[in-house]
Write a protein that binds this ligand. Structure first.
Ligand code: SF4
Ligand code: SF4
Length: 609
């Protein structure tokens, strides 16, 4: 068989692929300079930036290896057409960290949107709007938006926030003051969910590439490069924590079964990324129960503000601050587990590890876009204030308890940037001091879990003995509002579990107006439907099936993988109190683990953070 490669005729003895023929001819595919992005693609035949011209048609590297060379074929590995295409694609990768192929798939979506009457393709291609950001969590790119208005609908109808409105000329507009940063609009945005092309991406061998996902028109503010910089800065001591729900959400991104637990593999992967300590937000979930549970019992004993409302969902906290500021005294003052871990990492752990807390960089991996905003709250610098008060001042003006928050999606990107595949990771353990957790902690990641964990410990603190059964199956359904009356010692606790801000709004209005829920003792509120398993930072798609699988994973972690299933049994939490915090609600616990809230209602003229 004769083929022509770069104007030279060669004879092939036996059948081979086009790529095989190119190799036999001693020719090479060009590899353009895409800056740092090239080191992250890792795919040696990245179809976006390895090209050949075959009979006048551009074919990508991945296809060249699969298509057979044919008699009479003309192949060029260098030509003006290749040079032009490579330059354009390399620039896209270098400047926007965006893959040419994935971007092309978004254009197919735009054509569909034109058929549905949302846009005029000709006008859409000329859009040149600036990006719209909701600091520090979200980005809306009007130039990718196909104007389907799904985001406007979910924000209005499911979350009842009405932070988005549609303008015929400008498209989707965001009201920064109303937006609670929950990220639910991301999950419904079709431009970030080209799942029907996943098979093609896998066929091309691109699923291990960090750029295999589209930049959605609604997306989180990507801070993977910041994390990369921290990991490669010799002056930093990077430490990691990851939320309960993350361990049950990552598997689907690495071709494993949805909901499969990857806790041990993730400890190993984070170490290989360069984190010096790999801790677990689950440790702090147990700590949260100690503080929040004690606060509830104190409120009951002292006729304090009831119902007490949970405070670990930052989307809900911001919702309360914006729409129900009169209910803020009902919120538990306990910080979320993410913030508790940051505070004790830099006060309790840093000195024991002989690390200057100002050099310690706490990086969190969360299922949530609102967590980015939570960590950026100015008051979340308790460790800095603690060290100032104890004579351990630092040259830094201040430093936050948690330095950087990445969503689960960003974590996937970061792992792929480093070429790490969770499937190949060994099972390892978390680092000591802030790594141990009980079965009560992982269920924080699903609706009803905080309540269930709190009840387990409350029973022991109030009645002196645990419940005969630790599971409350009625609290783990997907119903938006769940209620129960639970006998704990001599007290009948009226409790409720609510998720999704539309449901939260109804219950808040009832409390505000002295309705049914005003007589409750304790209510768990989660901004996202399903709780953190449905968080705005979770992998796309996050649908009912994915949430069900993640919930099953977290329940398995609780029920099958831990001998200790009540937060107060956590041995590292016990040590923390014995040698540092003294007891729940102590002065030092209050200064590090509790917080306050701000009225952000439009009427308050409060600050826009
Ligand atoms: S993040 Fe939440 S509140 Fe903000 S626009 Fe999106 S859905 Fe609405
Ligand atoms: S941002 Fe996404 S969900 Fe919202 S209108 Fe545009 S394409 Fe639709």
């Amino acid at each position: 068989m004769n083929i022509t490669i770069n104007n030279r005729v060669i004879q092939l003895e036996k059948p081979t692929s086009i790529l095989g023929a190119i190799c036999q001819a001693g020719a090479r595919l060009q590899s353009p300079d895409c800056g740092s992005a090239r080191q992250w693609t890792r795919h040696p035949l990245c179809p976006a930036i390895t090209l050949a011209e075959v009979d006048g048609m551009l074919l990508s590297g991945a296809l060249l290896g699969r298509r057979p060379a044919g008699d009479g074929m003309t192949i060029m590995t260098s030509s003006p057409t290749i040079d032009k295409a490579l330059a354009e694609r390399a620039k896209m990768l270098q400047d926007c960290h965006e893959c040419f192929f994935v971007r092309e798939m978004q254009k197919v979506l735009a054509a569909d949107a034109e058929s549905a009457g949302f846009i005029n393709l000709e006008e859409w291609e000329k859009f040149d709007f600036p990006l719209r950001t909701v600091e520090p969590s979200l980005i809306h790119d009007p130039n990718r938006c196909v104007r389907c208005r799904s985001c406007v609908e979910v924000c209005r109808d499911v979350q009842t926030v009405e932070a988005l409105r549609f303008d015929e000329k400008q498209g989707v507009l965001i009201d920064d003051r109303r937006c609670v940063r929950c990220g639910q609009c991301i999950h419904v945005c079709p431009s970030g969910a080209i799942s029907k092309y996943r098979k093609l991406i896998e066929f091309l061998g691109c699923h291990s590439c960090p750029f295999d996902k589209p930049l959605g028109a609604m997306r989180e503010k990507d801070e993977t490069k910041k994390a990369w910089a921290i990991l490669h800065d010799r002056d930093c001591h990077p430490v990691a924590q990851f939320a309960p729900a993350v361990r049950a959400s990552l598997a689907q991104e690495f071709c494993m079964e949805p909901g499969e637990l990857v806790t041990g593999k993730l400890y190993a992967a984070l170490r290989r990324l360069g984190f010096k300590q790999v801790w677990d937000t689950n440790f702090a979930a147990d700590l949260t129960i100690m503080e929040e549970g004690s606060e509830l019992l104190q409120r009951i004993a002292t006729a304090g503000k009831l119902p007490m409302l949970t405070s670990c969902s930052p989307g809900w906290v911001r919702f309360a601050e914006t729409f129900f500021p009169d209910l803020l005294p009902h919120l538990s003052t306990a910080k979320s587990p993410q913030q508790m871990l940051g505070a004790v990492a830099k006060t309790f752990a840093a000195p024991r590890l002989k690390i200057d807390p100002s050099r310690m960089k706490v990086v969190s991996f969360m299922p949530c876009t609102a967590k980015k905003a939570e960590a950026a709250r100015p008051e979340m610098n308790s460790a800095f204030r603690f060290h100032q008060a104890h004579g351990g001042g630092s040259a830094a003006e201040s430093y936050p308890d948690v330095d950087l928050v990445l969503t689960t999606r960003e974590l996937v990107r970061l792992l792929k940037m480093a070429g790490l595949d969770l499937r190949c990771m060994p099972e390892e353990a978390a680092d000591p001091l802030l790594g141990a957790y009980t079965g009560a902690a992982p269920i924080f990641g699903r609706t009803g879990g905080v309540m269930e964990a709190a009840l387990r410990t409350a029973a022991v603190l109030l009645a002196g003995a645990p419940f005969a059964r630790l599971e409350f199956h009625a609290l783990e359904t997907m119903d938006g509002v769940k209620t129960a009356a639970v006998q704990v010692g001599t007290v009948t606790l009226k409790i409720a579990v609510v998720h999704g801000l539309g449901n939260v709004r109804k219950v808040c209005e009832s409390i505000r107006s002295g309705g049914d829920f005003a007589s409750y003792h304790f209510i768990e509120f989660m901004a996202c439907p399903g709780g953190c398993i449905g968080g705005g930072g979770q992998p796309i798609p996050t649908n009912l099936y994915a949430k069900g699988a993640r919930m099953a994973g977290l329940n398995k972690d609780d029920r099958e993988m831990h001998a200790l299933r009540m937060s107060h049994e956590n041995p590292e939490v016990k040590t923390l109190y014995e040698i540092f915090l003294e007891k729940p609600l102590s002065y030092i616990s209050h200064s590090l683990l509790h917080t306050h809230y701000t009225d952000r209602s439009p009427a308050s003229a409060g600050p826009i953070p």
